[in-house]
Design a protein around this ligand. Structure first.
Ligand SMILES: NC(=O)C1=CN([C@@H]2O[C@H](COP(=O)(O)OP(=O)(O)OC[C@H]3O[C@@H](n4cnc5c(N)ncnc54)[C@H](O)[C@@H]3O)[C@@H](O)[C@H]2O)C=CC1
Ligand SMILES: O=C(O)[C@@H]1CCC=N1
Length: 268
């Protein structure tokens, strides 16, 4: 069984480690992590039974698959720190927004197996959405091994690298938009007298249920919306108000800015 190393053990790494361990795909003993924040790292070790590396170099040395889970602006520094510690045939997995595979190889200063992934935080509860692409050194079988790690905590898609900026907008960053929508729905309910805890529960369960309807029925979202709107009823009042206030336009414009930001980050 392969050993997975996480360099950086913040929000996204914890979501992934939690997902992997809960799925039983890899035991905690096959996962190593390093982080400058020793207190946080110790908490993750305690929670999931993974191993702590003394530093990034030790983490890279012992791993077959090394996931770089630090902020994008730290990639250059971390890669120059650990590049000589990588095993010859190790795979480096990047999850940073706007980080091309070419720039990763450039930072290593040599050809290296790279898988670029854009995951999202719902990985922690087994409902992640991760899109992956790989460079030519990664074999079909090796890509499959990485896909299986990400599949252990959600769904996956293999995409062309040119789609990764849009992927960031539609799934990597997207949980934040949905949380804002849930929060706004709860505020609306609280405004009309609903206790807040109940409002969050109802809004969140409704988002979960509606998403499941799209995924499981295969029906067009517009059709599912139409099925809720009774003629002259309550829902169409809300739908007409969203259109009047430009909900779709706000979503599309925000997502284009998100995609553009990712492209900008790739340009450095
Ligand atoms: N948070 C999210 O929803 C998603 C994040 N990503 C990507 O994941 C990466 C990490 O993001 P987050 O987990 O949100 O950030 P975070 O700030 O929660 O975690 C980064 C971790 O790196 C650690 N760190 C900082 N300097 C270090 C060093 N020199 N050596 C070792 N560890 C060090 C920090 O202590 C921190 O625990 C980013 O590249 C981001 O683009 C990708 C998809 C979704
Ligand atoms: O906000 C960010 O830059 C990262 C990438 C996708 C989600 N969080």
């Amino acid at each position: 069984m392969k050993r997975i190393g996480f360099i950086g053990c913040g929000n996204m790494a914890q979501a992934m480690i939690g997902g992997i361990v809960k799925a039983g795909k890899y035991p905690g003993s096959r996962i190593t992590a390093s982080d400058l924040n020793e207190k946080n790292l110790a908490a993750v070790v305690e929670r999931y039974g993974i191993e702590a590396a003394a530093n990034n170099i030790q983490c890279a040395e012992g791993a077959d698959i090394v996931i770089l889970a630090v902020k994008p602006n730290l990639y250059e520094r971390i890669i120059s720190e650990v590049r000589d510690a990588f095993r010859e045939d190790a795979i480096v997995v990047t999850i940073a927004a706007g980080r091309s595979m070419d720039s990763t190889e450039g930072a290593f200063g040599r050809r290296i197996k790279v898988v670029r992934v854009m995951p999202n935080t719902p990985s922690l509860v087994g409902e992640g959405m991760s899109s992956l692409c790989n460079n030519d050194l990664v074999s079909e079988g090796e890509l499959q091994e990485v896909v299986e790690i990400f599949e252990s905590f959600g769904r996956t898609e293999v995409v062309e690298e040119k789609l990764m900026d849009v992927v960031t907008s539609v799934s990597g960053s997207a949980p934040a938009y949905i949380y804002m929508f849930i929060e706004a729905m709860a505020d609306g309910a609280v405004l009309d007298g609903m206790p807040r805890e109940k409002a969050y529960k109802m809004a969140a369960q409704t988002v979960l249920g509606a998403a499941k309807m799209v995924v499981e029925t295969g029906k067009h979202p517009g059709q599912l919306k139409d099925e809720v709107c009774s003629p002259g009823g309550t829902t169409i009042e809300a739908v007409a108000t969203f259109e009047e206030k430009g909900l779709r336009n706000a979503v599309i414009t925000a997502m284009r800015r998100c995609t553009e930001k990712s492209r900008e980050m790739s340009r450095g």
